[in-house]
Design a binder for this molecule. Structure first.
Ligand SMILES: [Fe+2]
Ligand SMILES: [Fe+2]
Length: 178
C-alpha cells in the first residue's frame, strides 16, 4: 500500500471488478451521481438535436448574395452537431442510461432555442446566440463533472471546443457581412 498511496490494492480492485459485471463500464469506483449525469447529458443531447435541426433549416433557407458560402458553413455545423448528439447518446448508453430522442419535450430539454430567422443575418445571429448558450451550459456541466466522471467531462470539453469554433465562425461571418 505504501508504494502506491493513491490506488486501491490490487486484490480489492480485482474482487470489485467481478461484482455487477452487467454494469459494464460503470464500476464501483464511478464517483459521479449517475442519474444526474444522465439527465444533464440528455439535456445536452436535446441541445445538439435542436441545433442540428436549426442549422439544417438555415442551410436550406439561406438565400441572397452571400448565401452560398454561408449555407456551406450552416451545413458543416449541422453535421458537427449531429456528430455531437451521437457521441453524447453513446456515452449515455455506456452509463447504463437511455438517450432521449423523443420529439415531445425536445425544446424544453434543450438549452438552445429553435429560431428560424428570416434574413441570412438573422439566421447567423440566432445561431450565434444558440452557440453562446451551449458554450455556457457545457462549461457549467464540465465544472460539475470535475474529477467524478473524467470520460464524460473530456467528451464535453471536446464538444465545447467545437462550439467555440462555431461561435467564432459565425461572428466572423457577421463581420464580413457588415
Ligand atoms: Fe454541438
Ligand atoms: Fe455548435
Amino acid at each position: 500500500m505504501a508504494d502506491q498511496p493513491f490506488l486501491t490494492d490490487i486484490k480489492t480492485l480485482r474482487e470489485r471488478a467481478r461484482q455487477h459485471i452487467e454494469n459494464g463500464a460503470v464500476t464501483e469506483g464511478y464517483r459521479a451521481d449517475r442519474e444526474t449525469v444522465i439527465k444533464l447529458l440528455n439535456e445536452a443531447l436535446a441541445t445538439e438535436i435542436v441545433c442540428t435541426l436549426r442549422y439544417r433549416r438555415h442551410y436550406f433557407m439561406a438565400s441572397g448574395i452571400n448565401a452560398e458560402s454561408v449555407a456551406a458553413e450552416f451545413l458543416q455545423h449541422a453535421n458537427e452537431e449531429q456528430g455531437h448528439a451521437d457521441q453524447i447518446a453513446q456515452r449515455i448508453v455506456q452509463l447504463q442510461g437511455e438517450p432521449n430522442f423523443n420529439p415531445e419535450g425536445l425544446l424544453m430539454r434543450s438549452h438552445a432555442e429553435y429560431v428560424e430567422g428570416t434574413t441570412l443575418i438573422d439566421m447567423i445571429k440566432e445561431d450565434l446566440v444558440a452557440e453562446r448558450i451551449a458554450i455556457d451550459s457545457y462549461r457549467e456541466m464540465i465544472n460539475y463533472l470535475g474529477q467524478d466522471d473524467p470520460t464524460s467531462r473530456r467528451m464535453m470539453e471536446d464538444i465545447l471546443a467545437v462550439e467555440e469554433e462555431h461561435a467564432d465562425d459565425l461572428v466572423n461571418m457577421l463581420q464580413k457581412m457588415g
